[in-house]
Design a protein around this ligand. Structure first.
Ligand code: NAD
Length: 501
């Protein structure tokens, strides 16, 4: 695909987007954005310092009254224009996302970008359906009703695995509900978050409603989370960092929304369609080179299908084309960085001591951050490779005997973000959907998401929802309004104060 713009020219003014303008960060430190397929530096930019976070929060604060005061119809119109600008710029977004992440271009073009456009369209509609409860005379003497209101300046922090979609998931429900936002993308992948904010401005969304600070987590991130003028923290990232974010946010009494790590089980019962399960496991574990919080990571296969499943997955993994993300035929790109590749390799090397690497388990020899699709068998349920989030192209497969055992194993990690059950038996499927403790259970598929449906975790995968109308529970507050209907000076309840005087 042709390079539709030059990254350095595009961000010559800086990689902070504050009050509708690009500007350089003032931390005194620079950060490289690296193409992980080649190791080439595509942009060096000045990182945000705390003064830049302060400026972004001030811009968001100044924009809040006007944006919160706009009618739902006005906000909806602006979001519809936003969706249209995103759609017009689809090629640029796909290019930049693949460049900074190493994603195969077909994934960026067919998943990340259309998902983002659809999210903008969804929230344009949803902006007009924000409702409180209808009015009623609950006390007899009063009319009560509930107002659903915006909360103020939201501070959001996003990871590097789906930078554009994470920006969309954070920004769109927040601004649809009338809030303004400061988003900190991962420092190694700021490009599409900045372009997303620029597209908002181009669509006519007022300056200051969407601001981006590109900075380090420990500097810009913590300052944003602890900022006294920020009323809510919405964080997507790893569970250890999420714990730190929760500590800092709690100290300043903020609303918190945490989308954390995952270790999704993939549960195959013995009546499953084996071909479907094998294809589902390979696609579900290797999407985005396995750097997906909902990726299938632990396949539990009922004993009668186990050997055929292991063979089928290993064979299919061996057919995938690994290579240049911009080659239309590439199925699997590199990991996000050489550091992440080495981290994944270290997990596999430690597992090798007690488990069996069926296929993969090595890095091809080239300059990119590549690692071969890897299948591991014979690991113990309590081993690191089964319990810890690896965030790479690694699937572990384990057998089970009874349905009870399969469901218990599926639930046996601290995480609870996503899961799937593979069966043609409606009773087994229904039981799995009831008993698996996760924010999503797919039946006979693994990965699809849709704007209308909530995404969020159970257990150590966090709390709160992205996407769907449920996300408004995070980004709005409800106010009880109570009108006296008696018009008398001495209310009946005053007896508790005045007695019979
Ligand atoms: P990470 O936790 O290392 O970083 C996430 C973000 O937090 C980055 O922007 C980082 O700069 C920032 N950060 C780091 N330290 C901080 C601090 N002390 N205070 C404030 N911010 C700080 O995660 P990552 O490596 O970028 O992304 C991978 C992780 O994200 C995985 O664990 C994955 O499961 C998770 N994830 C979860 C979801 C979900 O919806 N639950 C979606 C995508 C990714």
């Amino acid at each position: 695909m042709a390079n539709s713009f030059q990254v350095r020219d595009r961000f010559a003014a800086g990689a902070q987007y504050i009050g509708g303008q690009l500007r350089p960060g003032t931390s005194g430190r620079t950060q490289d954005v690296v193409n992980p397929a080649t190791g080439e530096v595509v942009l060096s930019y000045a990182l945000a310092g705390t003064a830049d976070v302060d400026a972004a929060v001030a811009a968001a604060r100044a924009a809040f009254p006007g944006w919160a005061g706009a009618t739902p119809g006005e906000r909806s119109d602006a979001l519809l224009r936003f969706a249209a600008v995103l759609a017009e710029r689809a090629g640029e977004f796909a290019y930049a996302e693949s460049l900074q992440c190493g994603k195969p271009i077909k994934l960026s073009r067919e998943f990340d970008v259309p998902g983002t456009v659809d999210n903008a369209s969804f929230f344009a509609g949803a902006a007009r359906h924000l409702q409180g409860q209808s009015a009623g005379e609950y006390s007899g003497d009063h009319t009560s009703y509930v107002r659903r209101e915006a909360i103020g300046v939201v501070g959001s922090i996003a990871p590097w695995n789906y930078p554009l979609q994470m920006a969309a998931w954070k920004v769109l429900p927040a601004i649809a509900a009338g809030n303004t936002i400061v988003l900190k993308p991962a420092e190694i992948t700021p490009l599409t978050s900045l372009m997303f904010a620029q597209a908002a401005t181009e669509a006519g969304i007022p300056d200051g409603v969407v601001n981006i600070v590109s900075g380090l987590g420990a500097v810009a991130g913590e300052h944003l989370v602890g900022h006294p003028d920020v009323v809510m923290t919405s964080f997507t990232g790893s569970t250890p960092v999420g714990k730190r974010v929760a500590e800092v946010a709690t100290a300043t009494v903020k609303r918190i929304h945490l989308e954390l790590g995952g270790k999704a089980p993939f549960l195959v019962f013995d009546d499953a369609d084996l071909e479907a399960a094998v294809h589902g496991a390979v696609a579900g574990s290797l999407i985005n080179t396995g750097q997906d919080c909902t990726a299938a990571t632990r396949a539990y296969v009922q004993r009668p299908l186990y050997d055929a499943f292991v063979q089928g997955v290993a064979d299919l993994m061996g057919t995938l084309r690994i290579g240049d993300p911009f080659d239309e035929s590439t199925d699997i790109g590199p990991l996000i960085s050489h550091a992440q590749r080495d981290r994944v390799a270290a997990f596999v090397d430690r597992a090798r001591e007690t488990a069996r690497v069926v296929t993969g388990g090595e890095a091809p020899e080239n300059d990119g951050a590549y690692y071969l699709p890897t299948l591991i068998a014979d690991a113990a349920q309590d081993s690191e490779i089964v319990q810890a989030e690896i965030f790479g192209p690694v699937l572990v497969v384990l057998p089970f005997d009874s349905d009870d055992e399969g469901i218990a194993l599926a639930n046996d990690t601290p995480y609870g973000l996503a899961s799937s059950a593979w069966t043609r038996d409606v009773f087994r499927a229904n039981r799995a959907t009831r008993e698996i403790q996760a924010g999503c259970v797919w039946v006979n598929d693994h990965i699809p998401i849709i704007s209308e449906m909530p995404h969020g975790g159970y257990k150590a995968s966090g709390f709160g929802k992205d996407m769907s109308a449920y996300s408004f529970e995070e980004y709005t507050q409800v106010k009880h309004v109570m009108f006296d209907n008696t018009a008398v000076a001495r209310k009946d309840w005053h007896r508790t104060i005045f007695g019979d005087r």
